[in-house]
Design a binder for this molecule. Structure first.
Ligand code: MG
Length: 378
């Protein structure tokens, strides 16, 4: 039975506390009772991009049913688990939570299929990648504050996007030069995959994409299944599956906390500077758990992400984005005025990409219907 780590709830020497932050781009007076990273977290929650996550595909097409994860509920799960891990390791919880809540803000409609399509259009025009796009959202595209564009988040929350980005965009260099990612960002990153591996199995089962017997050759699932049936013989399927998934999550979370504490001790990590200087990831699962997780990921790739229903959604999503992009390029007059105004000083490709990337799946479909129908807009 795992016990609370001695670091639980206290800041360890390696936590990135607010007094070590490089601060905001536009200086602002301190708040009377909310700390720097608390305000970052709150600004993310109140942003337009955050609310749009509710209608953005995670993996499953949004009309599948009302019970599977959307990008919003996935984000909330990542934030919840990240907070638990951060607390046990002695990290800065508000910073971890802000990064977790913001981590998917840059995703376009229709999941990775949407991202692939935008990347095609932007190949010769500065590229498209969801992390660097999230950075554009929080530094330029949100327009909620009188004194500045974007959300004016602290440097570290912005850095987390840059570290996860595969883009070569020179605007990311400033952040990448800081050294290895700090531990709070590493936690959110590890927990992201931990959360979606677990919930994608549950969603695939409840949506009927796979049958439980197909999981027979996934050792992690089988072990959890055995233990649950041992503890609760005859559990009906409706409760059995969430109970197995809960076990999968707790095993991985416990392993992640314990292995990360071992890593930190083994490397003699005692400050943010020593985290920055350490070339290998410090927040990680144990080797046996990593290998069990690989089997689960292999299953998901083979049986879920390549399932006909998921592929069909991806195909239709890409086509919707392609048609919209081509139509706006040929007829910029169709763009909303706020975007049209940018065309005098920015490339049409970037303006259109920003508009489409901000859309939810629902809005993109409605825009498609409106543009290609002879009727007036609905
Ligand atoms: Mg995610």
């Amino acid at each position: 039975m795992p016990t609370l780590s001695p670091m639980s709830g206290k800041h360890a020497a390696y936590a990135l506390t607010a007094n070590q932050s490089k601060g905001r781009h536009h200086p602002e007076p301190a708040h009377a009772f909310r700390g720097l990273f608390e305000r970052d977290r709150d600004r993310v929650v109140h942003s337009t991009a955050f609310r749009r996550l509710v209608n953005k595909t995670q993996v499953f097409p949004s009309p599948t049913n009302d019970h599977h994860r959307t990008r919003l509920t996935h984000t909330l799960e990542v934030a919840q688990i990240s907070r638990v891990v951060a607390r046990q390791i002695g990290l800065e919880e508000d910073l971890t939570e802000a990064i977790a809540l913001a981590h998917d803000l840059g995703h376009p409609p229709f999941g990775h299929a949407g991202e692939d399509e935008l990347r095609q259009f932007m190949k010769e025009h500065g590229g498209f990648e969801h992390n660097s796009h999230a950075l554009r959202i929080v530094t330029m595209l949100e327009y909620r504050y009188p004194g500045f564009s974007g959300l004016n988040l602290s440097w570290e929350v912005r850095e987390a996007f840059a570290h996860h980005s595969k883009s070569n965009d020179p605007s990311l260099d400033e952040y990448k030069a800081a050294g290895s990612p700090f531990l709070e960002a590493q936690v959110a990153d590890e927990v992201d995959s931990l959360a979606y591996n677990a919930h994608d199995v549950e969603d695939a089962l409840t949506a009927g994409l796979v049958r439980e017997t197909e999981l027979d050759d996934v050792p992690l699932w089988c072990r959890a299944h055995r233990e649950v049936l041992n503890d609760y013989p005859g559990l009906p399927a409706g409760t059995l599956i969430p109970t197995i998934v809960r076990k999968l999550i707790s095993w991985q979370v416990e392993d992640l906390i314990q292995q990360s504490l071992l890593n930190l001790a083994a490397e003699g990590i005692d400050s943010v500077a020593s985290v920055r200087a350490c070339p290998r990831p410090l927040i990680s699962m144990s080797e046996p758990m990593k290998s069990l997780r690989k089997d689960l990921e292999r299953f998901l790739h083979r049986h879920v992400y390549r399932h006909t229903r998921v592929q069909r959604m991806a195909f239709k999503g890409r086509r919707t984005i392609r048609r919209l992009f081509e139509e706006f390029l040929g007829n910029p007059v169709l763009l909303p005025i706020r975007y049209r105004n940018r065309l005098s000083h920015e490339s049409a490709h970037r303006v259109i990409c920003d508009y489409i990337a901000g859309m939810t799946d629902r809005y993109a479909r409605a825009e498609f219907r409106n543009l290609f129908s002879a009727e007036d807009d609905t």
